[in-house]
Design a protein around this ligand. Sequence first.
Ligand code: DQA
Length: 142
Amino acid sequence: MKKILVINGPNLNLLGLREPALYGAQNFETLQASIREWAVALGLEVELFQSNHEGVIVDKIQAAYGVFDGILINPAAYTHTSVAILDALKAVALPTVEVHLTDIATREKFRQFSFVSLYAQKTICGKGFDGYREGLEYLAAL
Ligand code: DQA
């Protein structure tokens, strides 16, 4: 069974509370439960990980080497700032899908560039929670 590491970055633990007009009214626990259900349906084993700390996310990506078959990541604000997360993804070289709840291409200028996109094999934006399902489907089909 393929093992997928799902990483959510800073402030995504506050889904539901956080700017619901942008990110929706459903909370983070609901997202996690949906991801678990989709994984079961796709025959994937998933580990769900969330951190608000860049270095902790780098450590988690490094530890994925030799353990996981793919990574699904919403790096949140670190998308636009983190060379360290990009370098960690390149180092472990696992198939990686980047997901964003919102369409970062149509938001503020500072959100329009993604370091992670320079490595990710696929980027899914603006589909809300469904983007995670699409990302899992892509990784399952590889
Ligand atoms: C986000 C978009 C980022 O710009 C933002 O910092 C987030 C969430 C999204 O899922 O749309 O925290 O990654």
